[in-house]
Structure formats: C-alpha cells, structure tokens
Design a protein around this ligand. Structure first.
Ligand SMILES: C[S@@+](CC[C@H](N)C(=O)[O-])C[C@H]1O[C@@H](n2cnc3c(N)ncnc32)[C@H](O)[C@@H]1O
Length: 211
C-alpha cells in the first residue's frame, strides 16, 4: 500500500482527530471557558502546532478535508505531547454543524488554495458564503486572520470586504518588510510558506472582523 493510503487508514484511529459531530461536541464541552482558535485548510497542521506550543492555555483546532495531510499534524502533536491541539477532518462548509453551542475566538486561514479561475470562485475560502459561515461559528467580534502568497486572492478578499463594508483591522502586503517590526506569530512558517518565500513571493496578511 502507498504511504498516503496507509496514513489515511491510520489517522482514522488517532484520538486527536475528529470526523463526527457527536464525539467532537462531547470533547469540546470541557473547553467551554477556554479560548478556541481554528486554522482552516490546515494541511499538515504546522501553524496550529506552532500556535499550540506558544499558547498552552488555548485550544487549537486544525480543519482540513484531506486526512493524509492531517496525519502529519496529529502525529506531530502526539510526539510533542501537545494536548491543546486537535484536528477536524471535514469540509469547512460543515463548520456550523460542529460549533452549534461553543463559539470560537479566532480563525486563521493560512495559504488557502487561490482558486484563480472565475468558475471556482465558489471554492475561495473568503467568498461571502464562507464568511457567513465564519460569522456563525465565531464569537461576536471574533477575529479572522488571512495569510497568503497570492496577490490576486488577497485583492479579491479586500474587494469582498469592501463590498460587505467591512473595514480591515490590519492590511500588510509584505509581512517580512525589513522596515517593519516583525510579528512573532505572523512569522510562523509552514513548508508551503517557505517554498513561496524561496520563490521570492511576498507574504500578505489581513486581519478583520465579520460584522
Ligand atoms: C494550499 S494548502 C495550505 C495548507 C496549509 N495551510 C499550509 O500553509 O501549509 C490548502 C489546504 O486547504 C484545504 N482545503 C481547501 N478547501 C477546503 C475545504 N473546503 N474544506 C476543508 N479543507 C479545504 C486543502 O485540502 C489543503 O490542505
């Protein structure tokens, strides 16, 4: 069996990965009074893991539809003995089902697939349909962070916010601009980000609240 297939089978039995509403909601009930942070399209979960190490008093949840990628995050969390990071192997479109009662404080969208073709706009993680879902699972004034190497995706998102009359809290088209102070959390780099930095791409960052 190929490695990917083995990982997809293995991850089904990992205790820190959830697939169904009921066990997830039951697990989450112990975190009523804790800050919960989501990473959407977490891939191998590198950002969630780094944040969990940095903020041991918060619960981090990496969400991705690809089980073989989540396998890496789940394994890494276990090896590092991190009990404040878990993974949801679901489509982001289903978030509302999983967060009926407990709401989240912050949400990270890290290097989303840019979906540049017009016909794929429906899959862009910052289209109005997705923003409406995020609003429902976030606490009032919950924060959304976006990091992307893709300028067109960044511009698309800024335009959506403009149409929705949402004023960004922070807009940065080059987080590593040497003339600016470096933000420790923003400087966490996934393998994906490193690849783009090596190609000379700028990393864009946007922070906003869905009103
Ligand atoms: C370009 S990768 C970035 C991965 C990671 N954030 C990183 O920086 O390395 C985008 C990820 O988003 C996930 N994804 C895209 N659309 C999704 C959706 N609708 N629901 C769940 N995951 C999704 C993909 O499976 C993929 O792992």
């Amino acid at each position: 069996m190929r490695k990917k297939k083995i990982h997809i089978e293995e991850v089904k039995n990992f205790a820190n990965v959830f697939y169904e509403v009921e066990p997830f909601v039951s697990f989450l009930s112990a975190y009523q009074n804790q800050e919960i942070v989501l990473e959407l399209g977490c891939g191998k979960g590198e950002y969630s893991i780094a944040l969990a190490e940095k903020y041991p008093d918060r619960l981090f949840i990496g969400v991705d539809r690809k089980a073989d990628r989540i396998w890496f995050g789940s394994k890494s969390a276990k090896e590092k003995k991190l009990d404040n990071v878990i993974f949801l192997n679901i489509l982001i479109e289903r978030l509302e089902e999983f967060f009926q009662n407990i709401k989240i404080s912050e949400l990270w969208i890290t290097f989303p697939d840019p979906q540049p073709k017009a016909r794929n706009e429906k899959h862009r993680l910052t289209n109005p349909k997705f923003l409406a879902i995020y609003k429902k699972v976030l606490k009032p004034n919950g924060i959304i962070h976006l990091k992307t190497d893709h300028t067109a995706f960044f511009d698309y998102t800024l335009n959506i916010l403009k149409v929705m009359k949402i004023q960004p809290l922070q807009t940065n088209r080059d987080i590593y601009d040497s003339s600016k102070l470096r933000d420790e959390v923003l400087s966490i780099q996934t393998k994906y980000e490193k690849t783009h930095l090596n190609l000379g791409d700028k990393i864009n960052y946007l922070k906003f609240i869905c009103i």
